[in-house]
Write a protein that binds this ligand. Structure first.
Ligand code: NAI
Length: 258
């Protein structure tokens, strides 16, 4: 049985994945703001450092997998927090855990992106570049210049584009693929969790008019099923892929992008 780290393990899709892994007999080290083995606030440098210290102290052997599901939804005014939690909260923890993952020889990593990465128009490229440089404040400054209601969705999309791009760039390198680690991105559409409920409660949220061809939201367990496959030997030949599971939105909006 393996050892797995799951961030965002206290709610939604992270909780669903953690439950599946535990049911299968694995040891799960959850990371979250509350109700987790490691309590940490991934929106601050100190919080991320504390999480890394606590995790490296707890994991004394190989780490068989990591699922980075902690995240917050779009909202104007939290451009920097979106950058820190959704992007740096993955990049910094994954980088720190890489040696333990390499020690497992065939570890799997799943990063939570979002289909808003491709569905959101006019995401400033400079903000994505700043995020990839690790500069959340510089990215947030650019994103705050977006007019009114656009800055929240743009900040969310920027955080998810940056984290997916980081994962794809790293996934193929000697340090990751060469060390037997298979890192991939899952890109959900609207899934009924507290995060989505929070978005739907805002009458001006663009997610309310998001077109979903199957006309229903996903369930956390449906996404957890895909994540379990991406953690299994079925993913041995899968590197840097972005798996979209979104009820058809991506295909509806971008049918000709393949
Ligand atoms: P959720 O709100 O149910 O769970 C997110 C978890 O992350 C919570 O337990 C929360 O406490 C934790 N978290 C938030 N901020 C944190 C911080 N500063 N430090 C540590 N933990 C923190 O959300 P859900 O929907 O399960 O989201 C999981 C992932 O899926 C997120 O990355 C989200 O962006 C992504 N996603 C969600 C979609 C949806 O419709 N629900 C759609 C596309 C992507």
């Amino acid at each position: 049985m393996g050892v797995y780290v799951v961030t965002g393990s206290a709610s939604g899709m992270g909780a669903s994945v953690a439950a599946r892994l535990t049911d299968d007999g694995h040891e799960v080290i959850g990371v979250d703001l509350a109700d987790a083995a490691v309590i940490a606030d991934l929106s601050t440098v100190e919080g991320r450092r504390g999480a890394v210290d606590a995790l490296t102290e707890r994991i004394d052997g190989p780490l068989h997998g990591a699922v980075f599901a902690a995240g917050i939804g779009p909202r104007r005014g939290r451009e920097r927090m979106l950058a820190e939690v959704n992007c740096l909260g993955v990049v910094e923890l994954a980088t720190a855990l890489r040696p333990r993952l390499a020690a497992a020889r065939n570890a799997k990593v799943v990063v939570f992106g979002s289909n808003s990465s491709t569905a959101t128009p006019l995401v400033p490229r400079a903000a994505i570049r700043r995020l990839l440089d690790g500069d959340a404040e510089a990215a947030a400054r650019i994103l705050r210049r977006r007019p009114g209601a656009l800055s929240g969705p743009a900040a969310y999309a920027a955080s998810k584009i940056a984290v997916a791009r980081w994962a794809r760039r790293q996934a193929v390198t000697e340090a990751w693929a060469g060390a037997g680690i298979r890192m991939n991105v899952i890109s959900p559409g609207p899934v009924m969790t507290p995060l989505l409920q929070g978005q739907l409660a805002n009458p001006r949220s663009p997610v309310r008019s998001f077109p979903v061809p199957i006309r229903e939201s996903g369930r956390p367990d449906q996404l957890a099923e895909w994540v379990m496959t991406m953690l299994s030997p079925a993913a041995d030949f899968m590197v840097g892929s972005v798996v979209t599971v979104d009820g058809g939105t991506e295909a509806l909006l971008r049918p000709n992008d393949w």
